[in-house]
Write a protein that binds this ligand. Structure first.
Ligand code: ZN
Length: 160
């Protein structure tokens, strides 16, 4: 069975940056996604189209096909009182905030001043070229409920 839209795909993968640093890894077949539903980054989804169980591929994905380019405008200074005042704020800390369209965005603290905090809301992998070593370990047709929800159900997916 070849990978195409409306199929659930299980992968083993190793994701590294250009320095060979491992960013993420899954090697027990437990990673599953619904093909054609934007569950994974566009560059990887495109590379997997038409592949089948046993296929191995190595793909280099530019930021434009992954998490986008870094946007300096997403580094901004905000008032200190936008953060909870119980507890310390330190560079490197990660907070979740609501974006303009109600989506959850992750912001990283860059610098802490007396009255302001500099935050970076770029994705941690924005601007990073991604190298995937992938093996296809499972392909099956998606169930109707999975297509309706746009994600995988079962042990390797959503449980609800
Ligand atoms: Zn669901």
């Amino acid at each position: 069975m070849k990978i195409s839209d409306k199929h659930v795909v299980n992968l083993n993968y190793t994701l590294t940056d250009n320095d060979g640093q491992v960013i993420d890894q899954s090697d027990d077949g437990s990673f599953a996604y619904l093909h054609g539903a934007q569950n994974i980054i566009p560059g990887l989804e495109k590379a997997l189209e038409g592949k089948e169980v046993g296929d191995k591929l190595t793909v280099k994905i530019p930021p434009s096909e992954a998490y986008g380019e870094r946007d300096e405008a997403r580094i901004e200074e905000v008032p200190r009182e936008m953060f909870p005042d119980d507890g310390e704020i330190k560079p490197g800390m990660v907070f979740h905030a609501q974006g303009p369209n109600g989506e959850v965005i992750t912001v990283t603290v860059v610098e802490v001043g007396d009255k302001t905090v500099t935050i970076d809301s770029n994705h941690a992998l924005a601007g990073v070229e991604l190298n995937f070593d992938v093996e296809v370990v499972g392909v099956r047709e998606a169930e109707a409920a999975e297509l309706e929800h746009g994600h995988v159900h079962g042990p390797e997916g959503h449980d609800h």
